[in-house]
Write a protein that binds this ligand. Structure first.
Ligand code: FAD
Length: 532
């Protein structure tokens, strides 16, 4: 067993990430946003920590005392600080509510188990007392995956898995490592690096999200073209449920019936608590090389990306920005005003691995991209992207403070349908918000299709929550009508539950409710999340 040497700074309670990295928006950018989008500073300043409104603790003291007998007094916390930091996730609506001082969805208490057996005992106890349990990893959900429905329950606890943070074992022959779910991604990488290994999972939430959360929400990282999605990495799981423990996955592939791993990948805390993960690992790459290519249009770039995905071998990172995202990313602030669509489209290709392998894949990709009309821009745009790859969420906080509404959403579809999906979502967002900036990129590719990831920036209205709710509703309807999936990697949570129900149909919903009833008869696990 190995534990991490470092623990991340606690996340900013009303925003993203490490408070020390919070950055002011430069004055020229603020001026430009005012000119271009009509962004004005919000009339009401953000609440301070002391101004946050919390509901009283609803859980009876005997239940809190019983929980403390399982995990220890110091690991049951009902203080304001712990409750506020476990309120909701990190979507823009979540942040807007916290900035308004609204912590009405706070759990009554935060429980920190130290082992699988403690998790199992907490679940039994909560089932007995009808206490809702929200499994809590890094708290970075952007789909409302961390808010339990209260009706019918004596209270809600957040089950924070941070103490389950060990590297349990490494099997260097099979290239499989067993790790606990509460490890944040950088901690897991640090522990694996001691063995010359990496997971290769680098989502934009990398600094704070956990391994359990990646599995429970089917995460996909920026290097998914090379290392795969997180659910592809999972060889086995241990899951605690109110009905008992499941050990799943005893071989790399199996024909022994349906794969029960798939029941828990994407289960978002509603079917069980993942307490251990057996994950495929890779040797730490000796070489990392990122570079940029320019395409005349998103359509031309998409065709090139499809060829790479289908004919391979693909780069480790493959990311194509549309015209607007390219322009915003490349522009000096002064150039933005032109708002033209003539900057072309930037493609970033990154290669990681052994020197010979990187050289081969790079040459092959260069041949395909050049043949598809790409112009090689050299390493600078690629390196620039790699350096700033985790900084955008900090910018969101600055934009919110400046009076802009900024949020992301994503979907996926087959290649033949991707242009239709792209147009439908873009038009829906433009229609709902007036004249926002709508940017998009492709960064998760498959032989058969890809995901589309949209970022929207617009001036906040007097009610930014209602403003975004209307835009999100329009985008969801467009996704459903255009044949996309309601989520490629953010998950379902509460926000996509209705659209997910439509996607899987009545019988699909019935199957999920049946599984839930069997594993969680009292319905305490994350009620209101995922299950239609
Ligand atoms: C700024 C930002 C950038 C992001 N970028 C990406 C990205 O690039 N790619 C991507 O895929 N996602 C991204 N996300 C979404 C989010 O980070 C992922 O969904 C991630 O997988 C959540 O991990 P977490 O540890 O924070 O889980 P949490 O948010 O704590 O939980 C997510 C869900 O899983 C459940 N859960 C957590 N741990 C367990 C467990 N051990 N057992 C059972 N259920 C559990 C929770 O109850 C909840 O429903 C981003 C989010 C933000 C805020």
């Amino acid at each position: 067993m190995e534990t991490p040497l470092t623990s991340a700074e606690p996340m900013l309670w009303s925003g993203w990430g490490d408070p020390a990295k919070a950055a002011e928006l430069p004055a020229p950018v603020r001026d430009l946003l005012a000119e271009l989008l009509g962004v004005r500073a919000p009339a009401v300043p953000a609440a301070t920590f002391g101004e946050v409104r919390l509901p009283p603790v609803a859980l009876p003291p005997p239940v809190l005392a019983a929980l403390a007998t399982v995990v220890g007094d110091e690991h049951v916390r009902a203080d304001d600080d712990a409750r506020i930091r476990h309120t909701r996730g990190k979507s823009t609506p979540d942040l807007l509510l916290m900035r308004a001082g609204d912590a009405s969805d706070a759990p009554d208490a935060v429980v920190l188990p130290g082992s699988h057996d403690e998790v199992a005992a907490v679940l039994r106890l909560c089932a007995e007392h009808r206490v809702a349990v929200v499994p809590f990893g890094g708290g970075t959900s952007v789909v409302g995956g961390l808010v339990a429905a209260r009706p019918g329950f004596a209270g809600v606890v957040a089950l924070d898995l941070a103490r389950l943070n060990r590297l349990v074992s490494v099997d260097p022959v099979s290239m499989v490592a067993e790790l606990e779910p509460g490890l944040r991604a950088p901690q897991a990488e640090q522990l694996l690096a001691g063995h010359g290994l990496t997971l290769g999972h680098f989502p934009q939430s990398y600094e704070y999200a956990t391994l359990g959360g990646f599995a429970a929400a089917r995460s996909s990282g920026q290097a998914s073209a090379g290392y795969g999605r997180f659910d592809d990495m999972v060889a086995g799981l241990t899951v605690a449920t109110p009905r008992g423990t499941l050990e799943i996955g005893r071989a790399p592939r199996s024909a022994a019936g349906p794969d029960l791993r798939q029941v828990f990948l994407g289960s978002e805390g509603a079917l069980g608590v993942i307490t251990s993960l057996r994950l495929r690992v890779h040797r730490t790459p000796a070489v990392r090389a990122y570079e940029g290519w320019r395409f005349g249009s998103f359509a031309a770039g998409t065709a090139a990306v499809r060829r790479l995905a289908q004919e391979g071998p693909p780069p480790t990172v493959l990311r194509l920005s549309d015209e607007t995202e390219t322009m915003v990313g490349l522009a000096k602030p002064a150039d933005l005003g032109a708002a033209g669509r003539d900057s072309g489209c930037l493609l970033v290709a990154g290669f990681e691995g052994a020197p010979g392998d990187v050289a081969h894949r790079r040459d092959r990709a260069a041949a395909v991209l050049a043949e598809a009309g790409g112009v090689h821009l050299g390493p600078e745009p690629g390196e620039k992207w790699a350096q700033g790859r985790f900084s955008a969420p900090y910018l969101r906080d600055s934009l919110l403070a400046a009076g802009a509404t900024v949020e992301t959403l994503e979907t996926a579809g087959f290649w033949s349908n991707l242009p239709r999906l792209y147009d439908a979502v873009r038009l829906a967002l433009l229609g709902a918000l007036g004249s926002p900036l709508v940017m998009c990129h492709i960064s998760h590719v498959y032989a058969t299709g890809a995901s589309l990831y949209f970022t929207v920036v617009t001036a906040q209205t007097a009610d930014p929550l209602a403003q975004w709710a209307a835009a999100k509703r329009a985008a969801n309807e467009a996704i459903v009508q255009a044949g996309g999936t309601i989520s490629h990697h953010h998950g379902v949570g509460r926000d996509h539950r209705e659209a997910y129900a439509a996607e899987i149909g009545d019988l699909g919903g019935e199957i999920l409710r049946g599984i839930k009833e069997r594993l969680d008869p009292a319905g305490i696990l994350n009620p209101g999340v995922l299950i239609p």
